[in-house]
Design a protein around this ligand. Structure first.
Ligand code: C2E
Ligand code: CA
Ligand code: CA
Ligand code: CA
Length: 276
């Protein structure tokens, strides 16, 4: 049926109709895009006080010939509605391994973090998929970090907790992403084998001008230290933010101030230069 008819039947606005259409187009384009190599990845370093790259977050990019550049914020939630997310995550996992193997050729046994969704984590074959991929590229589980949001953690806390235990027993690192923005609960930190906590960009951004934001960052750093969980501040963009975070003893920093998410070759060059 035509746009106008559809709008008459459902009495929806033109804007809503367009966004509905776009979502549908994205949904249908995801799997073909994987086979047509329309995705690529970028990597963003997480640096320590000595400006050494300790690990890097791998982020997906999509340039679609039909839809243009589609941001992960837009297509990942759509992929998460179906099992498409599993195909994306598996592809992303392989990209992480490819880049870890490349860095290893240059003597860098670095770590890469990938973003995983709630649906991935509770999947029965998840740990097997990961371990097989690591084995295929001759990598150690300690080199892979799984970034999970709190929203993903609470979906099914007992199932997630059981799965995270298995993964961390294998040696994989678990990181909580965007900490402080969703259902931040001490029980998560207490019950789950978390090795890294990422303080959401909003706190990094507000910290200078807002004493509450600064208080939250300070408290999270103190708490993590006591629990032997390593901390990463996200979205670090200015020298002032770096100064404050270093004074407060944040372990790692990630953001445009140090490096934008970089294409693999540039990322490797950055890594080799920083860690030489
Ligand atoms: P996220 O995991 O919180 O990723 C951090 C986002 O902040 C990235 O946006 C990154 O490019 C951006 N960023 C990094 N440094 C700075 C900075 O200094 N300032 C500002 N303003 N932004 C900064 P991106 O790549 O567009 O990703 C958005 C979200 O999409 C991610 O949020 C993550 O939830 C999701 N995503 C990205 N790649 C993947 C993936 O491979 N798999 C899954 N499941 N989700 C992904
Ligand atoms: Ca992340
Ligand atoms: Ca984040
Ligand atoms: Ca986010």
């Amino acid at each position: 049926i035509k746009s106008a008819e559809c709008r008459t039947i459902y009495r929806i606005s033109h804007a809503d109709y367009q966004s509905f259409e776009r979502q549908k187009n994205i949904r249908h384009a995801i799997l073909p895009a994987l086979t047509n190599n329309e995705f690529h990845v970028v990597l963003q370093p997480k640096v320590n006080a000595e400006r050494k790259v300790m690990s890097s977050e791998l982020l997906i990019r999509w340039n679609s010939p039909e839809l243009g550049a589609v941001r992960p914020d837009e297509f990942i939630p759509i992929a998460e509605i179906s099992s498409d997310i599993h195909d994306i995550t598996k592809w992303v996992l392989e990209q992480a391994c490819i880049n870890l193997a490349e860095a290893k050729k240059y003597g860098q046994n670095t770590q890469i973090a990938i973003n995983v969704s709630a649906r991935d984590i509770v999947r029965p074959v998840f740990e097997e998929t990961i371990m097989n991929m690591l084995r295929r590229y001759n990598l150690r589980p300690q080199q892979l970090i799984l970034e999970l949001t709190e929203t993903a953690l609470i979906q099914d806390l007992s199932a997630v907790s059981e799965k995270l235990k298995i993964l961390s027993d294998y040696g994989l690192k678990i990181s909580i992403d965007d900490f402080g923005t969703a259902y931040s609960s001490m029980i998560n930190l207490y019950m789950l084998p978390i090795s890294e906590l990422k303080i959401d960009r909003i706190f990094t951004l507000e910290m200078e001008k807002n004493f509450k934001a600064k208080g939250i960052v300070e408290s999270l750093l103190a708490l993590s230290k006591r629990m032997q969980i390593s901390t990463v501040a996200e979205g670090v963009e200015t020298a002032q933010q770096v100064e404050i975070l270093e004074k407060m003893g944040c372990d790692l920093m990630q953001g445009y101030y140090f490096a934008r998410p970089l294409p693999p070759e540039e990322w490797l060059a950055f890594l080799l230069k920083a860690n030489k």
